[in-house]
Design a binder for this molecule. Structure first.
Ligand code: DGL
Length: 275
């Protein structure tokens, strides 16, 4: 048995770094491997089949690199691939390994956050059209009314380093106005995409007063800490030397440059191929 197993953190690109950052603050002692499939990002406009195939390849690679637990720090992958991987692939690959997503932990706290019981979810086309948030919320809190808004331009803005540019305002304002026109009673707005925290300063500019913006990083990190406490059989197999690796399918040099927007990382970045 590998006593030094790592926790894998996967995202289609840079966005998962916003979650990884919080995870490292909340549970810092573990060994982590972050994998960004930057060469094939964004996933948000891709079909179910492709997101599933790419995500499975990434999970298998993280397992090969010594991970026993993988967090899909990507809403699109959580929405489109998590269930199939958990139900179909894990039993075949290794029933003792685990893959967890970001949607369930986010949804679990919404009833406590919303007073009006009107919640908005911003996400990629893939996440919103999958209906995953609406289904999870309906299942746990049928009293909550959910409005989803796909913001297909937001991830490309972030991936291309345009999050703070004047051009970004147009697309941000458009979707914020649209979701509040559809339900003016929304008091809690979920950033259902790990890239969106980079856009918070601009989103706030167009947000109606009193609306709570809910990015997922802290919640996902707390949920992981809770999972590790409740699963000593997993926890005992995980290495706790605080070692981190970052893998990307894009150029390592390009990743290092852009990653600094998300995350204070000075270590080496390794380029890999997934297939
Ligand atoms: N960061 C991902 C998410 O949370 C999606 C980005 C993409 O479209 O690749 O949904």
């Amino acid at each position: 048995m590998d006593a030094k197993a790592s926790i894998g953190v996967f995202d289609s690109g840079y966005g998962g770094l916003t979650v990884f950052d919080k995870i490292q603050q909340v549970v810092p002692s573990y060994n982590y491997i972050y994998l960004g499939d930057n060469a094939r990002a964004p996933y948000g406009s891709r079909s179910f089949e492709l997101v599933y195939r790419f995500t499975l390849q990434a999970v298998e690679r993280l397992f090969d690199e010594g991970c026993r637990l993988v967090i899909l720090a990507c809403n699109t992958a959580s929405a489109k691939a998590l269930r199939s991987i958990q139900q179909k692939d894990l039993p075949r690959i290794d029933p003792e390994r685990r893959v967890l997503g970001v949607i369930r932990p986010t949804v679990e706290v919404l009833d406590g956050l919303s007073r009006s019981k009107h919640v908005g979810v911003l996400g990629t086309n893939g996440t919103i059209s999958s209906g995953s948030y609406a289904m999870e919320i309906q299942h746990l809190f049928p009293q909550i009314q959910v409005t989803g808004e796909a913001c297909p331009m937001w991830v490309p803005l972030v991936e291309n380093g345009e999050a703070a540019s004047p051009g970004a305002d147009y697309f941000i304002r458009q979707h914020i106005e649209r979701i509040f026109a559809r339900d003016p009673l929304i008091d809690t707005l979920v950033l259902g995409c790990t890239h969106y925290p980079l856009l918070i300063p601009k989103i706030r500019r167009y947000l109606p007063e009193g609306v709570r913006l809910f990015p997922q990083g802290d919640r996902v990190a707390e949920s992981l800490a809770d999972y590790l406490r409740r699963h000593p059989e997993m926890d005992s197999r995980l290495g706790k030397d605080g070692r981190h690796r970052i893998l990307t399918t894009e150029s390592a040099e390009k990743f290092s440059r852009t990653a600094s927007l998300f995350f204070p990382w000075t270590g080496r970045v390794e380029q890999i191929t997934l297939a």
